[in-house]
Write a protein that binds this ligand. Structure first.
Ligand code: VG1
Ligand code: CO
Length: 579
């Protein structure tokens, strides 16, 4: 093949957000739009690093992925990349990409140096919906802010990109290696099975034998909903082929370009079918709900864990996994190096860390911050309130890992049980609350708010936060039964490993009784602004841990909405999504 140099001009707004660049497909398919971002990424990585590299290029299979894979392959060839690895049909979940970068060895003994992951995660897909791209580094984790900022800078000044226009399109449906020769030498494209490496990794972490036993037990019933995301490709292989679950326990496990027209976000609002099956919906399905249910997002890095008629909040989920990991999961049998959560995630994990005497870290939203801690050997288990849970087996959150972790805890708790009582998901959560106290928690999302209004609300809160006496006076006027704010700030994070500072990571109001109100703007939306409000209250008294979350949090919710003048600023009387 030959290398062509193409003239181009910058596009506005190619700044990667919390997890890469996410835009409407209509924006991405403009001539040169994707090309500019990919070339800017190569420039940011520097030619030295790109030359000879082995790059993974794949994603959740959403609309425009196939075209994007061909473009990125041709640009890789032109920029001196040595090999491109592609999951069959362009499919690789985000956690699988991370695993492939870290673990896979190619037929010629090569190892990957990085990846372009093609996903907009939990955002809908299709010609009128979202596409996305992000770069992951050699450790398998998302590029740190130092790199994403550089990529953005290059997108603002870009004048040219390089592409091997005459490289034939790769047949991504068939596995195998194709060799090419360019001006600088050989260039190979390998298409490989999307699931094998990931299945192997999961088998090295969990005790599949005991999981198989659990799944075959007559007392246990199971259901998994991939919401038509890429998770389906792994669910079949792991839950059915390896663990013996029935095909009928898989919902929406055929990956689709438009996720069947749905919103591939595993929460109580969008995972409707699963929620109904688990007996949690307004309209309950017929028959007895399964004992365990779980869902994934488009790229299968998120998870929702449900018991029979029972919802596990993600903040509790990571705390419960951390509390049980050493006993229940072989990978952790040597102990946990430490645990970490994102700032808006509830403090349930903090209580576990304290009681088990574990190192603990609080980082800004987004998975990239956990990676440094893990690379430094400081963190084994981490999570976010946004249905993200994971460990240091890779450098991304991992939806199927979280399901296997929960199944392992269930298997462990029911191990020696010969009598009829099955220890359920709900039992495990209630026992956890009894031991550690309960963090009532809810998140309100105001999606697609006018960007100017969202900014104004945030600057109002930043200003307000600087005078505690004023804040407390306002709060007393709203509800006298809510405790005082002891501390308020705009969260800033100093990475304890590389010393880098990330500021403006959300506004926190921390109350004397341990309650917290947090406001931040989303960095993953593709249009307008999304305001997230996180509300949390800690209850240690065992007689008060069984309340309905809405009831327990009602006073704080009222304070949050009035204090922030939410309706005044946004014109919204209610959030779009409550989780
Ligand atoms: C959201 C979540 C955050 C998560 C991020 C990426 O970000 O709040 O916790 O890490 O999505 O998840 P934001 O900036 O919109 O709040 V994924 O599954 O979309 O890659
Ligand atoms: Co995701």
């Amino acid at each position: 093949f030959n290398v062509s140099r193409k003239d181009t001009t910058p596009f506005d707004g190619q700044k990667p957000g919390t997890s890469g660049l996410r835009k409407k497909v209509k924006v991405f398919i403009q001539p040169n739009y994707l090309e500019n971002f990919v070339q800017a990424s190569f420039n940011a990585l520097t030619a030295e690093k790109v030359r000879g590299a082995t790059l993974v290029v794949s994603g959740d299979g959403r609309y425009y992925s196939k075209e994007a894979i061909q473009i990125i392959t041709k640009m890789s060839a032109a920029n001196g990349v040595r090999r491109v690895w592609i999951g069959q049909n362009g499919l690789l979940s985000t956690p699988a990409v991370s695993g492939v970068i870290r673990e896979r060895i190619g037929p010629d003994g090569s190892k990957a140096t990085g990846a372009f992951i093609l996903t907009a995660s939990h955002n809908p897909g299709g010609p009128n919906e979202d596409f996305g791209i992000k770069y992951n580094m050699e450790n398998g984790g998302p590029a740190p802010e130092g790199i994403t900022n550089k990529i953005y800078e290059y997108t603002t000044t870009i004048k040219e990109y390089f592409i091997a226009e005459d490289l034939p399109d790769v047949d991504i449906a068939t596995t195998g290696v194709t060799n090419f020769t360019g001006p600088e030498g050989p260039f190979d494209v390998e298409v490989f099975d999307s699931a094998s490496d990931y299945v192997k990794l999961m088998k090295s972490i969990f005790d599949f034998e005991s999981l198989r036993k659990l799944l075959s037990s007559p007392k246990f019933t199971f259901c998994y909903d991939a919401l038509h995301g890429v998770g389906g490709a792994y669910a079949k292989r792991i839950f059915v082929d390896e663990l013996g679950a029935q095909e009928s326990s898989l919902l929406n496990c055929t990956p689709k370009e438009d996720f069947g027209g749905g919103h591939p976000d595993p929460n109580l609002t969008y995972a409707k079918e699963l929620v109904a099956r688990m007996g949690l919906g307004k309209s309950e399905s017929k028959g007895e709900p399964p004992e365990f249910g779980a869902a994934a997002d488009g790229d299968a890095d998120r998870n929702m864990i449900l018991g029979k008629r029972f919802f596990v909040t993600p903040s509790d989920s990571v705390a419960i996994i951390a509390a049980n990991a050493v006993e229940a999961i072989p990978y952790f049998s040597g102990g946990l190096k430490g645990v970490a959560r994102s700032m808006p995630t509830s403090a349930a994990l903090d209580v576990v860390a304290k009681s088990l005497n574990l190192k603990f870290f609080e980082v800004p939203t987004g998975w990239k911050f956990f990676g440094n801690l893990m690379d430094a050997g400081l963190c084994s288990v981490c999570g976010e309130e946004s249905f993200g849970t994971g460990s240091d087996h890779i450098r991304e959150k991992d939806g199927i890992w979280a399901v296997l972790a929960w199944l392992s805890i269930l298997a462990y708790k029911n191990k020696d049980k010969t009598e009829d009582k099955f220890v359920t998901v709900e039992d495990i959560v209630r026992q956890h609350w009894a031991a550690y106290g309960r963090h009532y928690y809810t998140r309100y999302d105001y999606e697609n708010v006018d960007a100017g209004a969202a900014k104004e609300l945030m600057s109002y809160l930043v200003k307000l936060q600087s005078s505690l006496s004023e804040v407390n006076q306002i709060i007393k006027g709203i509800r006298s039964d809510v405790s005082n704010v002891a501390h308020a700030d705009e969260f800033e994070y100093k990475d304890s490993v590389d010393g880098s500072i990330s500021s403006h990571q959300g506004i926190r109001y921390l109350f004397e009784d341990g309650s917290r109100l947090i406001f931040r703007l989303s960095g993953t939306g593709s249009e307008g602004a999304t305001i997230r409000l996180y509300i949390e209250q800690y209850e240690k008294d065992p007689s008060k841990i069984g309340r309905l979350s809405q009831d327990a949090l009602a006073p704080l919710v009222e304070v949050a909405l009035k204090l922030s003048k939410m309706q005044e600023f946004t014109g919204r009387s209610a959030p779009t999504v409550i989780t």
